[in-house]
Design a protein. Structure first.
Length: 185
């Protein structure tokens, strides 16, 4: 494919049997929006990195927002999810969008802190399961009102001693058992 490959040619190539060809189509700036939508589940990084995507969004501001939910969630979880897509996820009324964002490996500290205070326990649990968390966030999550969140915290090996002591006195037997198993390992 060259810079001059037409949208019609790209539409045809989007159904090519070779996944590398399909992902190259997803990365091409001349690819039509509908083809990008169709290729996004298979090639999320290429779609998010497509140089033509910002222009398509200017022409159609709701472009990605109107794509299938599962496609959106996959894009939100991707490391290349841009700030505008993250803001969309944070502001979405359905918590599954914040759960997907909490799964994104490259969140800023402000995003992690904000999601750690989310009203849905599933979002806080995803944050608690992240490999690296600031001590203040760990401390807050170790005192979470939901035992499901505290279970994720108790399963961590990098807990500050204050969190370990708090979880040893946890009202949930399951949390205390997970903590003891983790601390022994």
């Amino acid at each position: 494919m060259t810079a001059g490959t037409t949208s019609r040619e790209l539409e045809r190539l989007a159904t090519h049997p070779d996944p590398q060809v399909r992902c190259a189509v997803a990365a091409h700036p001349n690819t039509p929006p509908g083809v990008l939508r169709d290729l996004a589940p298979e090639c999320p990084g290429e779609v998010l990195g497509n140089r033509g995507l910002p222009l398509l969004r200017l022409a159609q501001p709701r472009l990605i927002q109107d794509w299938p939910k599962e496609t959106l969630l996959r894009l939100i979880r991707h490391d290349l999810a841009p700030d505008w897509l993250r803001r969309f996820a944070v502001g979405h009324p359905r918590s599954e969008f914040q759960v997907a964002l909490a799964s994104n490996r490259v969140l800023s500290e402000a995003e992690v802190t904000g999601l750690a205070a989310h009203s849905a326990w599933q979002v806080r649990a995803k944050i608690a399961a992240r490999p690296e968390l600031p001590p203040a966030v760990l401390s807050t999550l170790s005192a979470d009102a939901d035992y499901g969140v505290r279970l994720y915290v108790a399963a961590r090996r990098d807990l500050p001693q204050t969190s370990v002591e708090r979880l040893r006195r946890d009202p949930s037997l399951f949390v205390r058992q997970v903590l003891e198993q983790t601390q022994r390992a």
